[in-house]
Design a protein around this ligand. Structure first.
Ligand SMILES: [Mn+2]
Length: 433
């Protein structure tokens, strides 16, 4: 049975319970999973796709219910203040989110969740990473993504899409793909239950649907606006993003209680402020908050994206350490982070806005062994022009260079600010291959 027409809150509650039951009784499950950085985009597009697809699944669907998984432990939700800002508008709470905690422990996941009983649809990435990837990669049958195609998902994905296109936000691709499903469900429910009270106002049923639509729409809208800087970042924004935003804003406006007051820019500013509000987090948490890792040719690359400049992180490290000066404390923190994950190459990419309002990027690259040093130096040479790698004005002990212990570290100001991790990761991986 498809999930009943429902609010987002109702749907997530239903899906969480259904997942538990399916695991307990070894039944089939269809997952929609975002990438392991679990940024707003990944979280929202997995939910959006699962929610709308479950309302009108294809005839021969593996299961009629699609379960959205946010690719982090539940405890890491608190590292993402922007989630909470969006949840308020979507009328859900942290406890409704389905996370890695809702899967069996990795130690016995394979026996409790047999690969052949699962089907995976990837959103916001196109290669299942880590332990899940090792076990379930062959069960991936569908993808909607806006990263470089790694060629891991089969060309024929049957009833599910295989859409990989450049956009600011993956949520835009999901919104546009699901538009028809959404119209069918809103339309059919509206027409079957719409009735007018004597004063001509819509009956409760129809109002509920409008409210639920508006809640879901705001969930999607938040991600697209964050990923495109409210559609103002020309280097990221595409027609897909504009089209999706127009559609989602219209959904919000259909709900009378919001229509009068809703303002897209105000909404964007609220979510963006929440996203930047990381002052209360520990440095290690900031580094893992938006983190991705790859295995490349037997070596490990990790990249943390951070929404504050290095001097902010350095000061934080100093504040957290009672014994070390801030530059040493910062380097120790980075090294600990990399060691814990057994990284060969670790990168921190920062974004910030200068006092003159200019958008800026820094790129820190740290190679921990001989092979990684060659790759890092190769990257520094071959990508210097494309990324506009220029001199970094900061603590010289952090800026680095060669080290006696077979390591190498370098920090740059990245002048070509349009290039995010989406571009930097493939460039680094190329040199490691
Ligand atoms: Mn994305």
């Amino acid at each position: 049975m498809p999930a009943p027409t429902n609010s987002l809150r109702g749907f997530l509650t239903h899906a969480k319970g259904a997942l538990r039951a399916a695991i307990d009784s070894s039944q089939r499950v269809t997952f929609v999973i975002g990438n392991e950085s679990a940024d707003l985009d990944s979280m929202s597009c997995s939910i959006l796709y699962a929610y709308l697809r479950s309302m009108s699944p294809p005839k021969n669907a593996f299961t009629p219910l699609y379960v959205p998984i946010t690719n982090i432990p539940a405890a890491d939700i608190k590292l993402r203040p922007e989630y909470l800002a969006v949840f308020k508008h979507a009328n859900i709470e942290s406890r409704h989110l389905i996370t890695l905690d809702d899967l069996p422990a990795l130690s016995d996941i394979q026996s409790k969740l047999a690969p052949e009983n699962t089907k995976w649809i990837l959103v916001d990435h196109n290669a299942l990473q880590g332990q899940l990837g090792k076990i379930y990669s062959s069960r991936v049958a569908g993808v909607i993504d806006h990263h470089d195609d790694e060629g891991k998902v089969a060309q024929d994905t049957g009833d599910e899409p295989r859409i990989i296109e450049k956009t600011g936000s993956c949520t835009s691709l999901v919104t546009n793909y699901c538009r028809l499903m959404w119209e069918l469900r809103s339309g059919s429910v509206m027409s079957s239950s719409t009735s007018y009270a004597q004063d001509g106002s819509l009956s409760d049923d129809a109002t509920f649907i409008k409210r639920w639509d508006a809640e879901v729409a705001q969930l999607g809208l938040a991600s697209i606006l964050i990923d495109t800087a409210n559609l103002r970042d020309e280097s990221k924004t595409t027609e897909h993003d504009r089209k999706a935003v127009e559609y989602l804003v219209a959904k919000v406006m259909l709900y009378p209680q919001l229509a009068a007051d809703f303002d897209r820019t105000t909404f964007y500013k609220e979510i963006n402020a929440a996203k930047k509000d990381i002052g209360g987090l520990k440095l290690q948490d900031i580094l893992r908050k938006d983190y991705k890792q790859w295995d490349q040719g037997g070596r490990k690359l990790g990249i943390s994206s951070v929404v504050k400049p290095i001097n902010f992180l350095q000061k934080k490290a100093g504040d957290e350490s009672n014994t070390q000066p801030s530059d040493t404390a910062f380097l120790t923190a980075l090294e600990d982070f990399a060691k814990e994950r057994e990284l060969d190459l670790y990168t921190v990419m920062t974004t910030s806005t200068s006092s003159e309002g200019e958008f800026q990027r820094e790129l820190l690259l740290w190679a921990f062994n001989h092979n990684a040093v060659s790759a890092a130096k190769e990257f520094a040479k071959s990508s210097s022009d494309e990324l506009g790698l220029g001199e970094w004005q900061g603590s010289s002990s952090i800026a680095g260079g060669s080290h006696g212990n077979g390591q190498w570290r370098k920090v740059w100001r990245q002048r070509q600010v349009q290039h995010s991790r989406k571009r930097v990761a493939p460039l680094l991986r190329e040199t490691m291959a």
